[in-house]
Design a protein around this ligand. Structure first.
Ligand code: AMP
Ligand code: MG
Length: 340
């Protein structure tokens, strides 16, 4: 398949919308990461997304909308809290899981009777949905299992030859996928943390909990509320080990274990260890979120074998960073102690 690239101009987006309308797939930028979109209501079109990504069929897609009217066509029995969240956080990086309407085919929802809905704020994403005239189902535009693409270059690497069109929108603002919440009896549960934090949600909904699957590996057979959490995710080819503890303890641990092709993944270059390769991904949670996936892909490009990552602070937006790095490390976290 030939993959065309267009810029997010009105003309470019019009051409992309034609592709969506004819039942095909377009990779497009959003404020979180790049998405791989098709008409959410067209079963055959949605199946093409799963093929392009190599995604397991039971991993649901998020349905992207550009108006509340659209939400009402894809969801049923919408609770008042959904409207409150919509008013406060849409357009933006929040996905709300609601009961699905019969218009949404089961392939879109991964066989569930619920559907994750998001109203993106990125102008190109919004315009693409408007011009297509249909809700767009879109997972992240990476090959299944790889870190999500946050730049055009990475989408192109993964999707060239697999989809008819990519919209080149440069780099994505947030860099981690949307916050996913489910609603139950007036309470919200965070299934996946993102740029809309627990503290922000609490300004609108009194009782907000974090699903146990966000912070730890679920025991075998446990009920998975967010199907994506059971899959290996965001994983580079390199083996990632998170080394928690003070900077001094981190350095000591790495000095003792690092081999020639190993790398440190640091917040800042002041933490580097002479003689050991390193990459940085930022000192604030916002910067870390923006740069983490690109750093993981760069580590692969540099041929890193084992990566010793500093452990990010998991408060506020840091929870999203911690959740992603924990998964990219396959939950491999060691506690380094001074003089160990
Ligand atoms: P991605 O499209 O790669 O950002 O992944 C979307 C993730 O959102 C899925 O892997 C699920 O974990 C979550 N999700 C989407 N729809 C639902 C749903 N109906 N119920 C629970 N989680 C969902
Ligand atoms: Mg994804």
């Amino acid at each position: 398949m030939i993959t065309e690239t267009v810029l997010p101009s009105e003309r470019g987006i019009r051409r992309a919308a034609e592709i969506i309308k004819r039942g095909d797939v377009v990779a497009f930028p959003t404020e979180t990461v790049y998405g791989l979109g098709a008409n959410a209501l067209d079963e055959a079109a949605v199946k093409k997304i799963f093929v392009a990504k190599g995604r397991p069929a039971d991993n649901p897609l998020i349905v992207h909308i550009s108006s509340l009217d659209m939400m009402e066509t894809v969801a049923a029995d919408i609770p008042a809290e959904a409207y409150k969240l919509a008013e406060r956080f849409w357009a933006g990086p929040l996905t709300v899981v609601l009961k699905k309407s019969s218009s949404v085919p089961s392939v879109t929802s991964g066989g569930l009777d619920t559907v994750g809905i998001r109203f993106p704020s990125h102008p190109a994403a919004k315009r693409l949905i408007e011009l297509s005239g249909v809700p767009i189902a879109a997972p992240s535009a990476n090959l299944s299992g790889s870190p999500s693409p946050t730049t055009f270059k990475r989408v192109y690497e993964d999707m060239n030859g697999r989809v008819p069109m990519i919209i080149n929108g440069g780099s994505c603002e947030f860099g981690v996928e949307s916050t996913v919440v489910s609603l139950n009896n007036g309470c919200a549960r965070i299934l996946r943390p993102g740029a809309v934090t627990k503290e922000m949600l609490e300004q609108v909904i009194k009782n907000v909990t974090v699903d146990p699957g966000v912070l730890s590996e679920l025991p075998e057979g446990a009920k998975v509320r967010s199907p994506g959490m059971k899959y290996k995710h965001y994983a580079p080819k390199a083996k990632v080990i998170i080394v928690a503890g003070s900077l001094e303890a981190y350095r000591e641990y790495v000095r003792r274990h690092a081999k020639e092709r190993d790398f440190c993944l640091l917040f800042d270059k002041s933490e580097r260890i002479p003689g050991i390769h390193y990459l940085t991904y930022g000192s604030t949670a916002k910067e870390q979120a923006h740069r983490l996936f690109e750093a993981l892909r760069n580590l692969d490009a540099k041929g890193a074998e084992t990566v010793y990552a500093r452990c990010p602070d998991a408060s506020g937006m840091g929870l999203a960073v911690y959740n992603r790095i924990l998964r990219s490390a396959g939950f491999n976290i060691v506690e380094a102690e001074n003089g160990e």
